[in-house]
Design a protein around this ligand. Structure first.
Ligand SMILES: [Zn+2]
Length: 208
């Protein structure tokens, strides 16, 4: 399995191809690749992203079958089943890079901001569970930025949500903590811009 550093390079390069509208022609979705993978997989990165139809991880990173282990949920909130999915992939396949991929104008975060401004009793219990998970990271942003424009609030809330999810993965799982300490697992936050297609990683790449 490749290192977190190398995996990050692959993602960066793939996103560069996507942004410049120059995807790999041989991107691995061929019949032969499918057959090759039938007996096992070795995804080089785990992506925890949003379900938003405009942010499919394989496409924005120009990757094919078997390359990415992707978990998508509206607002990419980190519930136990998401942590479990990351643990499973990191443990089972030896994948060494986890990317929490947020994006601009995220509807789930907009819904949370809206809910905080004007609580509604009519929301379904299931949607509320998503909003409730995002709420603690967004609330402090609202109170620290009274009077800020909705655009600025949204930007900050998206970033805070990415950071909170990264933090949760780094410190909310004994398995992941151990892999980080002993096996070079890296958990990184990244933000996708809907207009440019560009993914910006929020911190320095891991060494090694
Ligand atoms: Zn979203």
């Amino acid at each position: 399995m490749i290192s977190a550093h190398e995996a990050l390079q692959r993602l960066r390069e793939g996103n560069r191809r996507f942004v410049s509208d120059d995807p790999r022609p041989e991107v691995g979705a061929s019949r032969s690749r499918r057959r090759e993978l039938a007996s096992g997989q070795e995804p080089f990165a785990i992506i925890l992203g949003c379900s938003d139809s405009r942010v499919p991880a394989e496409i924005v990173f120009d990757q094919g079958l078997g390359d990415l282990f992707v978990i998508r949920v509206a607002g990419k909130s980190v519930a136990p089943s998401q942590v479990g999915s990351v643990e499973f992939a990191a443990d089972q396949f030896g994948t060494r890079l986890v990317v929490v991929l947020g994006h601009s104008a995220c509807g789930a975060i907009a819904a949370t901001l809206e809910e905080l401004g004007r609580p509604s009793a009519e929301q379904s219990r299931n949607i509320r569970s998503i909003v409730d998970r995002i709420r603690p990271t967004v609330e402090p942003i609202l109170s620290a930025n009274l009077g800020a424009s909705p655009g600025l609030l949204m930007e900050q809330a998206v970033r805070a949500n990415i950071r909170a999810s990264v933090d949760h993965l780094r410190h909310g799982s004994a398995i992941l903590e151990d892999l980080i300490a002993r096996e070079g697992l890296a958990v990184m936050g990244a933000e996708y811009a809907l207009e440019t297609g560009r993914v910006v990683f929020l911190e320095e790449p891991p060494r090694g």
